[in-house]
Design a protein around this ligand. Structure first.
Ligand SMILES: Nc1ncnc2c1ncn2[C@@H]1O[C@H](COP(=O)(O)OP(=O)(O)OP(=O)(O)O)[C@@H](O)[C@H]1O
Length: 450
């Protein structure tokens, strides 16, 4: 989908309890490493860490949006949970049943319950088959005869997805892109599935058609009680249809939050960067906090992902701990999990670590001053709130002290993003010039090796 074109999709209905259903799908430590082989003997010389330890749940009736840049492992994740791919590690449970390593035979009954809609409506439909044959194929594969026969059921499905049932005998090339995607949706719905995984369902379509297909998916969810995992490379589509959103970066989930919370106060810097790239269609809001965050360089190779936090090579907040220690995905706020040492809109998780890496300073140059200042301000305000809530008594006595301390630390942070690193605000004593210089040299040397 083009970045400069905004998709105007009205906010979708969020029925009561839509996200409160039973857990339909549970994924634990899910991994997929594609081996890289070389030579005559086809020895394995490495692996593409496409999906590298995912943990999440999908509840009945909800829509989980999964976003991330190209190559971060979204499609692989989709194929793993629909069991089109065999995981390297971890566990996939569907309705409490472990389906991680089920064979073709074991998966057959489950194929009815879990369906996938593919990105490209041009290549995912066999051009030699009529749409009647295409949509009717799942019945034949499963040996199911619907009431009234396959033809009648296929015609019913055609009208459900907004196509003319009379077109049963036409071929895919006789339909437009949007209509072909409707055919793909009808095929996915044939066996009345519980979970539908849609991999970039609208990104191959014309912008004007995208909203129609998204609305169709939403209507079908209301009518048929479907559960969706919708994969997209940016937030402009999933923001309107998802109850929760998982943000992926290099094979990992870096943030998983309720839609509202993610938009109101994203915590991972990468989420913030992705959100800044979403065009704002409302002209009144065009100038409001819409500073675009440009990310430095490309996504690193999933063959040898960066150490620690994988985003540290492009993050404007990265410090030494980000390079050495992988942050765990933890629930910092109810309904919002994040894997970050220095989250936005929340108290710093590693406040002692304030010296920015050289790469972070380079990344900060691509981020508008306003964004850096706002980031420092909100983080400081939240930190003060958290401190006050944690120690109400102490806060009552030392309120002025606590509040006065935090913005200073934050101001240091903003400053250090632009200038040479300052002495860490929380250190009891400023480190000597020598210590500071050696820290900087070490960082420069290490990052120079990249
Ligand atoms: N069959 C495969 N063999 C080897 N590497 C693969 C295979 N499939 C995917 N990959 C690699 O795994 C990584 C993740 O790919 P994946 O398609 O899941 O990402 P994505 O986020 O869906 O990207 P896109 O939006 O471009 O499809 C990429 O580096 C890709 O090259």
């Amino acid at each position: 989908m083009s970045d400069d074109k905004a998709v105007t999709i009205p906010a979708q209905s969020t029925g009561p309890g839509r996200a409160d259903g039973e857990v339909l799908l549970k994924v634990t430590g899910l991994q997929k490493h594609f081996p890289i082989k070389k030579g005559l003997l086809q020895r394995q010389v490495g692996a593409v860490h496409a999906v590298d330890g995912l943990d999440f749940e999908v509840r009945s009736g909800e829509t989980l949006g999964v976003v991330g840049e190209s190559g971060c492992g979204k499609s692989t994740m989709g194929r793993l949970i629909t069991r089109l791919l065999e995981p390297t590690g971890g566990k996939v449970e569907f309705q409490g049943k472990d389906i991680t390593h089920l064979g073709v035979g074991g998966m057959r009954p489950l194929r009815r319950d879990v369906q996938m809609i593919f990105q490209d409506p041009y290549s995912s439909l066999n051009p030699r088959h009529t749409i009647g044959t295409i949509i009717g194929a799942p019945f034949k594969l499963q040996g199911v005869t619907p009431e009234g026969g396959i033809k009648k059921e296929v015609q019913r499905l055609l009208s459900v997805v907004g196509l003319n049932p009379e077109h049963y005998n036409r071929y895919p090339h006789e339909f437009s892109g949007g209509q072909r995607q409707r055919i793909g949706i009808a095929r996915a719905l044939a066996l009345n599935p519980k979970l539908v995984v849609a991999d970039e369902p609208v990104s191959a379509l014309d912008v004007s058609i995208q909203a129609q297909v998204v609305n169709l998916l939403d209507d079908l969810q209301q009518e048929l009680g479907l559960t969706y995992v919708i994969i997209a490379h940016d937030l402009s589509v999933v923001r309107h249809v998802s109850d929760r959103i998982a943000v992926m970066y290099l094979g990992k989930i870096v943030e998983l939050a309720d839609r509202e919370q993610l938009y109101k106060s994203p915590m991972h810097p990468y989420t913030k960067a992705l959100m800044s790239a979403v065009p704002i269609p409302d002209p009144k809001r065009r100038n409001a906090k819409s500073e675009r965050i440009l990310l430095q360089g490309d996504v690193p190779s999933p063959i040898s992902p960066p150490s620690g936090c994988r985003f540290h090579t492009r993050c404007w907040k990265a410090t030494q701990i980000c390079k050495t220690t992988e942050p765990k995905l933890i629930e910092l706020r109810t309904g919002q999990q994040v894997a970050c040492h220095h989250p936005e809109n929340f108290a710093d998780q590693a406040p002692q670590d304030t010296v920015l890496l050289t790469v972070a300073k380079a990344a900060a140059e691509l981020v508008a001053d306003e964004v850096l200042a706002e980031s420092a301000e909100t983080s400081a305000a939240v930190a003060a709130e958290v401190a006050a809530a944690a120690e109400p008594e102490a806060a009552a006595g030392d309120a002025s002290e606590t509040v006065a301390d935090e913005p200073e630390a934050a101001a240091d942070e903003a400053e250090s993003a632009e200038s040479e690193p300052e002495a860490p605000a929380s250190e009891p004593e400023a480190p000597s010039a020598e210590t500071e210089a050696s820290a900087e040299t070490k960082v420069t040397k290490e990052t120079g090796d990249k």
